[in-house]
Design a protein around this ligand. Structure first.
Ligand SMILES: [Zn+2]
Ligand SMILES: [Zn+2]
Length: 365
């Protein structure tokens, strides 16, 4: 189920937007998020679907009215033959008129309440950001541009023309609802004149009574060293602004980290694979292994086997849970067997085998 504010926020329009404004908003967003323009971008595609869905509902007057009253709309709900009084509409014959108002209130008292100008917290927003593996290790300062709804500066978020007074709405006699008929169905719909508040105001010219305006804001985001893929960095109060004096929502920057050709991160540990020659593995040696801080010298003990894992303490990613600490690096050894072509080398190997008779499969039986 979609909550009441969502469709308007998805289309980045105010509640009182006209059909023309809805169309314009949809076209603008569709141009930005269309799958043809963002090939392979699943998030853009998902958002495009939501925009389209929001547009299909809000551009249809009947669907929009249903949505405004009930806070959701599902396909077919207007055509259903059942008497669904809970959803705010009924067959003709359900004897409703203005003199029956108390009945009406008992049945439908909850409807339209959220239309009132009570303070509402603004919606949280998400902003996806892609960084490289190196940036996730070292930390990264990003500058992002976020489109968010903000309290209107002209009316201070009240939606009311500065200096004007409220009065009872003449369109609905202060009830906030009116009746509309389609075929044999009657709908209780939000009063179009007052938007369901039952009160009449002179709307602010800047925000047309919504109390908020959409604007883009440039934000500097500090991604800490060691930020992990999928992290959600909260930026308090930078979601959509609240309505009618409510607090703003939060912005969540969702971190996507690119792959690294050599390192693989699991938790705060870094894993890698390190090739050794047969001689290095058999005799032992000192080699340099790449770490996220540059090369580190590691001692390879004699007789090191393929698949053995060397632990390099403290060479992993900085830990966000334990500040000041780092994970470890694990280097898995892979012994590279020489490809021998010349007779002399073959002879040496045969001699070696003779000097070291061993059956690595003896334990299999
Ligand atoms: Zn009204
Ligand atoms: Zn305003």
């Amino acid at each position: 189920m979609i909550s009441k504010d969502d469709l308007y926020i998805i289309l980045e329009i105010h509640r009182a937007a006209s059909v023309t404004e809805i169309k314009r908003a949809f076209r603008k967003l569709a141009r930005r998020y269309h799958p043809d323009i963002n090939p392979g971008d699943g998030q853009a595609e998902e958002h495009f679907k939501r925009i389209t869905e929001a547009y299909e509902i809000l551009s249809d007057p009947l669907k929009r009215e249903f949505y405004d009253v009930n806070g959701f709309y599902t396909e077919g709900v207007l055509e259903t033959n059942r008497k669904e009084t809970n959803w705010g509409f009924s067959f003709q014959g359900f004897n409703f008129n203005r003199s029956n108002d108390s009945n009406f209130s008992d049945l439908f008292g909850h409807i339209g309440r959220s239309q009132r100008r009570d303070p509402q917290r603004g919606q949280d927003l998400e902003y996806p950001i892609s960084i490289t593996f190196e940036e996730s290790i070292k930390g990264h300062k990003a500058r992002i541009s976020v489109v968010r709804m903000d309290p209107c500066g002209t009316c201070n978020g009240t939606g009311q023309h500065p200096g004007s007074r409220e009065s009872a709405c003449s369109g609905c006699a202060g009830t906030g609802k009116t009746i509309r008929t389609k075929g044999h169905l009657q709908f209780t719909v939000t009063c179009g004149e007052c938007g369901g508040t039952g009160r009449s105001i002179i709307p602010c010219r800047n925000c047309r009574g919504d109390g908020r305006t959409s604007r883009s804001e440039i934000l500097d985001v500090d991604l800490p060293p060691g930020v992990a893929p999928g992290s959600r960095i909260r930026i308090s109060g930078k979601g959509n602004g609240g309505r009618f004096g409510g607090p703003a929502g939060d912005l969540y920057v969702v971190v996507k980290v690119g792959e690294h050709p050599f390192f693989k991160r699991i938790g705060d540990n870094i894993h890698c694979c390190i090739p050794l020659t047969l001689t290095e593995a058999a005799l032992g040696t000192k080699i340099e292994i790449p770490t996220i801080d540059g090369p580190a010298v590691v001692r390879i003990p004699p007789g090191t086997q393929s698949g053995q894992v060397l632990r390099m303490r403290g060479r992993g990613a900085p830990s966000l849970l334990n500040p000041g600490l780092c994970g470890d690096q694990y280097a898995e050894v892979r012994v590279v067997v020489p490809r021998i072509a010349d007779e002399r080398s073959k002879q040496i190997l045969r001699e070696l085998a003779k000097l070291n008779p061993e059956d690595p499969r003896s334990k299999l039986w």
